[in-house]
Design a protein around this ligand. Structure first.
Ligand code: SAH
Length: 256
């Protein structure tokens, strides 16, 4: 008999932070897991319990981590791989499938499932109003996995297309200048008064939201837990006293 029979691998999205934003289906998959694999801050979100082995790792070894998960699943374990937000958005799900494509042929027959989560841009948008109400796109500003000229070429293309742009991974200690460079590119294409939103640690205790303009954006604080949303020409602000404005992007676009 195949000793690996019964092994499963579930790639789970933990949502932006608060437990109430984790889906019921993801919760059930976490409860069923015997091995938990992921970047250590995400693994730390899941309390220890008897029968659960937590394998936390560094952020830079996604495909190694995916292979480890697949090996455990192939040995018959019930494995959960966790990511913040949605696992398919700049996260572990693609690394798992990359490892499957290039790995042991038997891995293709494993029961592999993906549990979606609320991704940062949707959690941030909901706090702000409806900035993603029209056409939009998501870009990662990280140049760890793609060359910087690819990032800038894509950014310029979507800025010219007047899409709202959700920027993931805008900055980190290892990548301190990319956000400034991206804002400079945006300033060359969009009007200085274009709304720019900084949404930090959404749904966590240290959540912070700032609504500014493209002209002022370079002075806004940002860190690894921040998502930046660049408005389009159809993005509007509704000012409110003593609170951040509502931000929405009109769905209606006039003919050019
Ligand atoms: N899979 C994740 C994204 C991973 S990339 C998701 O779907 O959300 C990591 C980047 O996501 C961070 O640098 C930040 O830009 C953004 N991010 C993740 N969680 C966030 C949160 N709670 N609030 C704001 N931005 C967040």
């Amino acid at each position: 008999m195949n000793p690996g029979a019964g092994g499963t691998l579930t790639v789970i999205g933990l949502g932006p932070g608060d437990e109430s934003l984790l889906t019921e289906s993801a919760r059930q998959a976490l409860d069923a897991a015997e091995d938990l694999i992921g970047y250590h801050p995400y693994v730390a979100r899941i309390p220890e319990r008897p029968g659960l082995t937590r394998h936390a790792s560094d952020n830079r070894v996604e495909v190694d981590r995916a292979r480890h998960a697949l090996e455990l699943a192939a040995a018959g374990r019930r494995v959960a791989v966790v990511s913040g937000g949605d696992p398919g958005v700049f996260a572990m799900a693609a690394a798992v499938f990359e490892a499957v494509e290039h790995g042991a042929p038997g891995w293709r027959d494993l029961a592999i499932t993906v549990e979606p989560g609320i991704t940062a841009m949707l959690a941030a948008a909901a706090r702000l109003g409806a900035p993603l109400g029209g056409d939009f796109c998501a870009l990662s500003l990280s140049d760890n996995l793609k060359p910087w000229p690819v990032v800038t070429a894509r950014l310029e293309a979507v800025l010219r297309a007047d899409l709202v742009v959700a920027l993931y991974n805008p900055i980190s200690t290892a990548r301190p200048w990319q956000l400034g460079a991206a804002l400079e590119i945006a300033a060359g294409i969009r009007a200085p008064g274009t709304p720019v939103m900084f949404a930090r640690a959404i749904s966590r205790p240290d959540e912070a939201i700032r609504v500014t303009t493209l002209a002022e954006a370079p002075t806004a604080p940002a860190d690894m837990a921040t998502m930046v949303i660049l408005g389009a020409s159809t993005t509007r602000l509704i000012p409110r006293t003593g609170r951040p404005p509502f931000v929405y992007t009109a769905r209606k676009v006039e003919a050019a």
